[in-house]
Every structure is written in C-alpha cells, then in structure tokens.
Design a protein around this ligand. Structure first.
Ligand code: GLU
Length: 298
C-alpha cells in the first residue's frame, strides 16, 4: 500500500473559523491515524478574495492547535507557470474551448449543455478557457458517505480553467496540485461534494488516477448557512486551542471525555488519533442529513 498523503487546502480569504478548524482537524486525524503525511497548501490564486495577513494567521492558528503539517507549505500563487503548462497540455489535447458568455447568458443555458462557443472559434481575448465537460463522471465512492451520484441534467456542463480576468480557476489548480503532490485522499467539507464531479473529469483528462474522497459534515450558523469567511464567521481564539479541538471532535461525533489530560492541544490530538472512528462520524452525518435546517450552531 502506498503511504497515505492527505492535505488541508485553505483559501486565505480570512482567519480560520470553527468550520475550517473542523475540516483541518478531520483531515489531519484521518491522515495521522493511517501513519500518513498531511500537507498544507494555501490556495491563494484569487487576489480579489484574499485578506491581507490571512495566510500567516492560518499557519499560526494551525500550529497553536498542534496541527503540524509535513514538509514545506505550498502556495498556489507561486505555481502559476505550472498551471499554465498544464492548461496548455489540456488545450493541445482538445479538452478546452474559449468562451466569452456572460453569467446571465450561461444561466439561461439548459443544464448539461455546452454553449455555442464550444463549437465555434472564439477569439482568445476577453474570454474564459473552459473545460469540454462532455463525459461527466456521475458517481464516486465517498469514504464516509458511501456511493455518491450526480444528476447530469442538473449539473452545468461547463466550468472554467482560466477565468476571463486571467486568473487560474480553483478546479484546475486543485487537480494539478493534488496530482503533483501525490494526494491519496482528499478529506474536506461536504460543501465541496459537487466540485468532485468536475475534479474527477479533470483527473481523467490528465490520464491520472484520482485520489479517494471523503466529505465531512459542515458547520452551519443559526440560519442554516455554512460558516464561512464571507458571512463573517467568528475567528478561532487560539488561547482556547484545547477546547476548540474538543468541540470540533464532538461536532464530528466523537465521544470526547471530560478529562484533565485533554487540557493541552497535543494531548487532544493524541487522544483523537488513538480513538478516531469513522463510524461515529458517519452516525453524526446521518443525524445531520435528517435535520437539515436545525443544525448545531456554533
Ligand atoms: N480552498 C478551498 C476552500 O478553502 C478548499 C479546496 C479543497 O479542499 O479542495 O474552501
């Protein structure tokens, strides 16, 4: 068996909040319980959404919680030449087209259909480069959630690899990096479940075997919306690191004892690695699925 390689890939659009701590912790414990490596990749390829100081803040916060990554931190902003090279490869192999449609034009397109740009030659200027998503992969096995199926008629056929504004798109960068970093399992929040369909298609186009995927429950606020930097979720207080870790494990469904030994972050992490049990997390996920709209709020 090859060594397990996992990763945490935050976008520096703000400090870590409880929801992102849950994802970081879950992916870390999933990797370390299998004696694997856990890589940290800062997904900073979208400068308009970046918040100054957020990357350093995320690193400090992870260290305070004893979530210590293996190897060097990878910054996507330093890898744009690499993304260009891989995009060029996809272009040369007929997987792309230029598209100058606006969002409004695209929203009137029936799901599952490519716009007419895919059939014509659109000038490269002012256009996005999109993936010819003609053979979507409509099912995959999620380590936690079991068989997942996508509805072709309900999914957009097109997605960008390079945006009209010249920035490389998340789907391209994430797949190029997951391949290059040898990621064996992507463990992340269930808000990215749908993105898996696009990413699996890209793995196939690159003729690379995909990692396995697992999607953890997401933390929502009182209105039932996912905690996010955009809806101003409260930043994690690193002075409460042990408590935060215990809360995150409880959110995931683990039965964390109230014990004095858990008063230091590394002790919580050691306890979690020893007691990690995906059946408890799955039970929690099933409860959440049955209670949409009245989820735990933090
Ligand atoms: N950068 C993405 C985010 O912060 C996560 C990407 C991934 O895990 O695939 O939501």
């Amino acid at each position: 068996m090859p060594q397990y390689v996992g990763r945490f890939a935050p976008s520096p659009s703000g400090p870590l909040h409880f929801g992102s701590l849950v994802t970081a912790l879950a992916s870390y414990i999933q990797a370390k319980s299998q004696k694997g490596r856990w890589l940290l990749r800062i997904e900073d390829i979208d400068p308009p959404r970046e918040v100054k100081g957020a990357s350093d803040n995320i690193l400090t916060c992870l260290e305070a919680h004893h979530l210590l990554w293996d190897g060097e931190v990878v910054y996507q902003s330093a890898r744009t030449d690499f993304y260009q090279e891989k995009l060029h490869w996809l272009m040369e192999h007929g997987h792309t087209y230029h598209c100058e449609c606006t969002r409004v034009q695209l929203s009137s397109l029936p799901n599952g259909n490519l716009c007419d740009c895919a059939k014509s030659i659109v000038s490269a200027q002012n256009s996005a480069i999109k993936f010819k998503h003609l053979e979507p992969i409509l099912t995959f096995q999620d380590t936690l959630l079991g068989t997942q199926k996508f509805d072709k008629s309900a999914s957009p056929a097109q997605f960008s690899l390079k945006r009209k504004d010249g920035l490389y798109a998340y789907q391209l960068a994430v797949v190029v990096d997951d391949i290059q970093q040898g990621i064996t399992e992507v463990a992340r929040g269930a808000d990215l479940l749908d993105a898996t369909m696009f990413q699996l298609a890209l793995f196939k186009a690159f003729q690379a075997s995909p990692p396995s995927y697992m999607h953890f429950p997401v933390v929502v606020n009182q209105e039932g919306k996912k905690l996010s930097k955009q809806n101003h979720a409260k930043a994690i207080d690193i002075k409460l690191a042990s408590n935060n870790l215990c809360d995150a494990l409880r959110f995931l469904g683990m039965n964390v004892p109230n014990s004095y030994q858990l008063d230091r972050p590394q002790n919580v992490i050691t306890w979690a690695i020893e007691h990690w049990d995906l059946r408890q997390v799955t039970a929690k996920t099933a409860r959440i699925d049955n209670r949409i709209g009245e989820l735990d709020s933090i």
